[in-house]
Design a protein. Structure first.
Lengths: 308, 308
């Protein structure tokens, strides 16, 4: 008797859009739907309707993975495990994400941040297949990062919130106040898509190649990479998101990373092979939903957190 | 027949002094010697002579732990595993530390950075006994940090080198160039013991309480803590080293950490309980050698790195 391939549900719950999908263990997406993120009640109802329908079409889902915008509660001992925490996204604070699925579907639910999930996907199927320590960054409407150490996402007190570190201000960017509602000129306040628009009035790709914004942007993101090298020591940094779709940005960032490290980290991966150290994602827009698929698979493969 | 308690060797290899010791599984130090770090040949010979002698006095050592100043090679697949890398410490670049012990003593050798080891010790016996994710910082001649995630030190590409992040410059400290030979005004260049002396001409404890240096120092270290919260999400930050022996510094650092986070990390551990979140070490000067003891014990308990 042939074993029936396992089928998983995957939800990328973003602040702007939801992607719901059905996939298999090879990372193939068998069915998919996208819809804008509205209020929690109607958005989660649309998500559930899709999964219910697919659950009947494909047979019982082995697990569902949920990769959510944050902040989220990842402590499995907490009564609020699987909830979105306090968020500026109107109406979404204190929404029970994982519980909503667990109550309807009698299968394991994998749950993590959207960026930790995307990092897992890039490690399993994408630009970091050959390493077990990596950072996945997304530079877009916001700036976020997932950190994988020895194959496992960092949770700790909460989860990384890399977008809110404070880079040193670029000398050509001293007047700009930044757009972060919490910090003003933290990294997200200085280098996210909305920050570029607030500073220049246009999108990055609309700026001439000689415009200083390219260098300001590359410097802030190079500082981000340097801080990460020095604190979490990744074997690769994968940089995605809308702002990174401008391909000429990546080489400029690599140069600024080397500048900020100042030759201190004496590793050939950085000193001789930086083009393979800071890279673009291979999964593109699918990183999030593929990450949710990994969360589903790991909910079956690795039902409990690692213990030592 | 009663089981004979296991005895371990422990070496804290610091840039200024070596501490060699014999200890048991309860963290008790049964014999100990300290001597200044001279050239590698004579220093390692003194270390070996001590361990040889104790090996005869106490019976065969079950394992030896070696907690070394860095940078060090932690990749067990590398031919240079257990070596010190390129270091400004004269004569010590490319010194085979772990191999020197492995060749003489037929027991497992545990090897890690001095700060990762100190973090493990504070977690097992000290100020972080109740958590599994922590950072141990030492602020002294240099600035270093060990990072433990789910009970295991971060290695990755190399190991964290937290002292070399670039904090934002304090408005009262704009003229000072910093003392780091690699970066000038990175954190170590601005907030290590030698940086304080270079800036003020005296030690921190010799400065009046109203001197701005106290606030400059607290601000830089508060930024360090904030960057760590946002990148590695520790459940506790333990701050030791010579500069931190000034007890009035810790409350000032906590205040600046809260400033830089700007209310963004919505966790009671930080917002309501910061005095238990950023703390002094409990093992004091023994953290390093106790950490070496943990490395020895783990070399027996956990002979291979975790695999997923």
């Amino acid at each position: 008797m042939t074993e029936v391939p396992r089928i998983f549900g995957a939800v990328e719950a973003g602040g702007t859009k939801f992607v719901v999908a059905i996939g298999n263990e090879s990372g193939e997406i068998l069915a998919q739907e996208r819809f804008p993120t509205a209020d929690p009640r109607s958005t989660l109802a649309t998500m559930q309707a899709f999964l219910r329908q697919q659950n009947q079409a494909f047979g019982a889902l082995a697990a569902i993975g949920l990769a959510s915008f944050g902040p989220v509660e990842l402590d499995k001992d907490s009564a609020r495990y699987g909830f979105i925490g306090r968020t500026p996204k109107a109406g979404w604070s204190d929404t029970d994400m994982a519980g909503t699925l667990a109550r309807e579907f009698g299968c394991p639910i994998g749950f993590d941040t959207d960026v930790n999930a995307a990092a897992l996907a890039e490690q399993r199927w994408g630009a970091a297949r050959d390493v077990s320590n990596l950072v996945y960054l997304t530079i877009g409407t916001g700036i976020g990062g997932g950190v994988i150490v020895d194959g496992v996402p960092i949770h700790g007190l909460m989860h990384p919130e890399i977008g809110h570190i404070h880079p040193r201000r670029h000398p050509l960017d001293v007047g700009f106040e930044g757009v972060c509602p919490f910090h003003g000129d933290c990294l997200e306040g200085l280098a996210s898509g909305p920050a570029i628009v607030a500073r220049t009035g246009v999108l990055l790709q609309q700026l001439d190649e000689a415009h200083p914004q390219w260098h300001i942007q590359a410097d802030y993101l190079g500082q981000l990479c340097a801080q990460l090298v020095l604190t979490v020591s990744p074997q690769r940094i994968v940089m995605g998101g809308g702002v990174m779709s401008q391909a000429r940005l990546l080489p400029l960032i690599r140069t600024r990373l080397l500048h900020w490290l100042g030759g201190y980290v004496d590793r050939s991966e950085i000193l001789s092979d930086i083009d393979r150290y800071v890279v673009a994602p291979e999964l593109g827009d699918d990183a999030g939903v593929c990450g949710a698929l990994v969360l589903a698979m790991e909910a079956v493969e690795r039902p409990r957190p690692r213990q030592y």
